[in-house]
Design a protein around this ligand. Structure first.
Ligand code: FPP
Ligand code: MG
Length: 326
C-alpha cells in the first residue's frame, strides 16, 4: 500500500499478501486472469488481512507463514464475494473501476468470482498443517454464513416489516462472520487458547457489525465519487438498512419517503431530521467500542493498538478513503 504501511509493524507481511494475491490469480485464460487481478487489486483496503496479521501479532504469534497464508485466503474470499455481490446488485463500479459484471456481463463475472473463490484453497495450503483442519472448518462456516446472509438480504428486499434484529442477523452473516473468522484465524496462527480465540472472534464480529452499519449509512449519505461505487442503491432495491428501519418505527410517514424511486435528497433530509442517521451512526460507534473492549484483556502492544484503530476506522463516517496504516 503506502510508504507508511511498508514501515509499519505488519507492512512487510502485508506486502507479501499483496504479492501472493497477484500470483495466485494467474490463469492461462487472459480474460479470466485480467478480471481476477482487478478483483484483488485496485485500492482494496485489505482490512481482513490486516486483522489476521495484527491478531496474530497481538497474541504473541511467530508463525508468519501461516498468518500470511490465512490473510491471503480471507482477502480472496472477500474479493470473490464482492464479484458475486456486484452481479446480484447489478453494480457498475467498485473502487472507482468498472465491475466484472459491468465489463464482462453476468456469466463471465460469475465465473470470475468462482475462480477467485477456489484459488482461496491454494492460498490456504501454504499454512502449516497442524492448524489446517481448524482453519478449514472455520472458513467453511464463514463461507456458509456469507452465502446465507446474502440470500437473506435478497429474500427480504422490499419487506418493510423487517425488524432491526433481522437486519443485525443479516449483516452478522454477510459481513461480520468473515471479520470474526479473520480475527480468529490470527489466533489460530498464534496457537492461542480457546479464551483468547473467542475474544478475537468477538472483536472481529463487533467490528464487522460496525463496518456494515457504516457502509449502509454511506450508501445513503456519501457521493459515488468518494466511495468509488454507486450510492443510494439499497433503498432503490428495497433493501432496508438500520437508518430506514429506525425511521419506519418512529414516523408514520416513513414508507411514503422511503419508497423506491423517492427523491434521494428528500430521503437524506427525512432520515436526518427524524434522527435515524444519528441513531445508526451511534449504533456503529457502540459496536466499534464493543470490539475495542474485547481486546482489553490482551497485553498492551502496537498490534493491539492497530486492532483498536481498525475498529475506530470501521465506525468512522468521515474517513471513507483509507484506514490507518497499521
Ligand atoms: C456486500 O454487501 C456483500 C457482502 C458483504 C457479501 C456477499 C456474499 C455473497 C455474494 C455470497 C457468496 C459468495 C462467495 C464467493 C462465498 P453490500 O452490497 O451491502 O456492499 P457494497 O455496497 O460494497 O456492494
Ligand atoms: Mg453490493
Amino acid at each position: 500500500m503506502t510508504d507508511a504501511s511498508a514501515c509499519s509493524i505488519i507492512g512487510r507481511s502485508l506486502a507479501r499478501v499483496q504479492q501472493m494475491l497477484q500470483e495466485i490469480v494467474a490463469s492461462r485464460i487472459d480474460v479470466l486472469h485480467a478480471a481476477a487481478r482487478r478483483a484483488v487489486d485496485a485500492g482494496g483496503k485489505l482490512l481482513r488481512p490486516r486483522i489476521v496479521l495484527l491478531a496474530h501479532r497481538a497474541l504473541g504469534g511467530s508463525d508468519e507463514t501461516s498468518a500470511i497464508a490465512f490473510a491471503t485466503t480471507v482477502e480472496l474470499l472477500h474479493a470473490a464475494s464482492l464479484v458475486h455481490d456486484d452481479i446480484n446488485d447489478e453494480s457498475s463500479t467498485r473502487r472507482g473501476l468498472p465491475t466484472a459484471h459491468a465489463e464482462l456481463g453476468a456469466r463471465l463475472a460469475l465465473i470470475t468470482g468462482d475462480f477467485v473463490f477456489v484459488r482461496m484453497l491454494h492460498a490456504l495450503s501454504a499454512s502449516h498443517t497442524d492448524i489446517l483442519p481448524g482453519a478449514i472448518r472455520l472458513l467453511a462456516d464463514a463461507c456458509a454464513a456469507l452465502v446465507e446472509g446474502e440470500a437473506q438480504g435478497v429474500l427480504r428486499a422490499g419487506d418493510f416489516g423487517m425488524t432491526e434484529n433481522e437486519y443485525f442477523e443479516i449483516i452478522g452473516q454477510k459481513t461480520a462472520a468473515l471479520f470474526a473468522a479473520s480475527a480468529e484465524l490470527g489466533a489460530i496462527a498464534a496457537r492461542a487458547g480457546a479464551e483468547a480465540s473467542e475474544r478475537m472472534r468477538r472483536y472481529g464480529y463487533e467490528l464487522g457489525l460496525a463496518y456494515q452499519i457504516r457502509d449502509d449509512i454511506l450508501d445513503i449519505v456519501a457521493s459515488a465519487g468518494s466511495l468509488g461505487k454507486p450510492v443510494r442503491c439499497d433503498l432503490a432495491q428495497g433493501k432496508l438498512s438500520l437508518a430506514p428501519l429506525f425511521a419506519l418505527r418512529s414516523s408514520t410517514r416513513s414508507s411514503e419517503y422511503l419508497r423506491p424511486g423517492a427523491d434521494p435528497a428528500h430521503v437524506v433530509q427525512f432520515l436526518h431530521s427524524c434522527g435515524a442517521l444519528d441513531y445508526a451512526a451511534t449504533c456503529a460507534a457502540d459496536h466499534a467500542s464493543n470490539a475495542i473492549r474485547a481486546l482489553e484483556a490482551l497485553p498492551p502492544s502496537t498490534a493491539r493498538d492497530g486492532l483498536s484503530a481498525l475498529a475506530s476506522y470501521a465506525a468512522s463516517i468521515e474517513s471513507v478513503t483509507s484506514p490507518q496504516s497499521y
